[in-house]
Design a binder for this molecule. Structure first.
Ligand code: KG4
Ligand code: ZN
Length: 325
């Protein structure tokens, strides 16, 4: 079960194969507020989680699960609590173990559901909540190499989309409009933080100043150019940092995860860059990039198999990614 943010998801996974993966998005619920409202999210999870679990079990067929995994953090506390209670109750009633999983570990290991990664790999997890570069030496052995110092990449997309007058969430809107624009139309700055950390607030401010200094409606061809130029700056930054991380760590594979991993320009650019460097870009399908329970079930199964299922019951909004003991 995955309920860390605004997607209610339940899935059944067996030996790295996805048997079912039900995702009930809350996007429409939060759209009027232009962001996720934690209490509304928690209430919506409460309504949706049991039907999602029923559907996932039904679609998977066969016998019941050997264990129930759920997201223990990081995420929003209320939503996390709903999933934890549902998962732990189900596990207790079925007489199977409950496994609390780190959400980021789910994103890192999601690539195993569709690819055969070569370890060590570098994972880039970019969503509305995080922008993290993670070195995974093997499943269960992680080091965070870099993260954003301010806005997450998806948050930058959402905030800039708002400046453009586009609806929430802005990532898919900008992606769609950028397809018809010129990425060289506006020279937005490339966020320049040394090392492998990220910063996107300067880019957001640059867009704001550009709109202020060039008044007039941002529509049609101009809007497409603005979207393409902004998108290029983000895709270039994410790609270059991920490639630098892979070079530094001797990784041959770069895995993408998080909502921004659905971005068409990022996928294309990372693929080109990896091909040029003799690396491989592991790009999960969209359903496994955005928040989903299949990746949580898979990470939980891996932990159980390794005897590394955490006993902790507590959910933690800012749970750090730790290696298995
Ligand atoms: O992983 P996710 O579904 O939820 C979390 O934030 O954890 O990611 C949602 C974020 C939003 O900020 C959304 O604007 C962004 O991912 N996003 C995209 C695209 N699709 C979703 N950003 C850029 N291009 C996209 N195609
Ligand atoms: Zn996520």
């Amino acid at each position: 079960m995955e309920t860390s943010c605004d997607d209610t998801s339940a899935a059944v996974v067996e030996d790295g194969r996805v048997l079912s993966n039900i995702v009930r998005s809350q996007t429409r619920l939060h759209r009027p507020y232009r962001g996720v409202v934690p209490e509304l999210a928690a209430r919506a999870h409460l309504e949706r989680v049991i039907p999602a679990v029923e559907r996932a079990l039904k679609d998977a067929g066969g016998r019941g699960p050997d264990a129930v995994a759920y997201t223990r953090g990081p995420g929003l506390t209320g939503p996390l609590l709903v999933g934890a209670v549902a998962a732990r109750t189900l596990a207790r009633l079925m007489g199977v173990p409950a496994v609390g999983v780190n959400h980021l570990e789910g994103h890192v290991l999601a690539c195993e559901l569709e690819h055969r990664p070569r370890w060590p790999l570098v994972a880039l997890v970019a969503s509305g909540g995080h922008t993290d570069l993670i070195l995974a030496r093997a499943p269960g052995r992680y080091r965070v190499l870099g993260r954003t110092r301010d806005d997450a990449a998806g948050e930058a997309y959402d905030k800039v989309a708002r400046l453009f007058g586009l609806p929430y969430p802005g990532g898919p809107e900008i992606d769609r409009l950028a397809a018809g624009g010129d990425p060289r139309a506006v020279a937005f700055p490339r966020p320049s933080v040394p090392g492998l950390d990220f910063s996107f607030s300067g880019l957001k401010t640059a867009v704001l100043y550009h709109l202020r200094d060039n008044p007039g409606p941002a529509r049609g061809a101009r809007l497409a150019d603005l979207c393409a130029s902004f998108q290029e700056a983000v895709a270039e930054t994410l790609t270059e940092k991920a490639a630098a991380a892979a070079r530094r760590c001797g990784a041959r594979d770069i895995a993408l995860g998080g909502g921004v991993a659905a971005n068409s320009r990022l996928r294309a650019r990372l693929s080109e860059r990896c091909a040029a460097l003799g690396l491989r870009a592991l790009l999960p399908s969209r359903a496994l990039c955005t928040d989903n329970a299949a990746m949580i079930a898979h990470a939980g199964a891996r932990r159980l198999a390794a005897g590394a299922a955490p006993r902790a019951v507590r959910v933690d909004a800012s749970l750090a990614l730790a290696s298995w003991a």
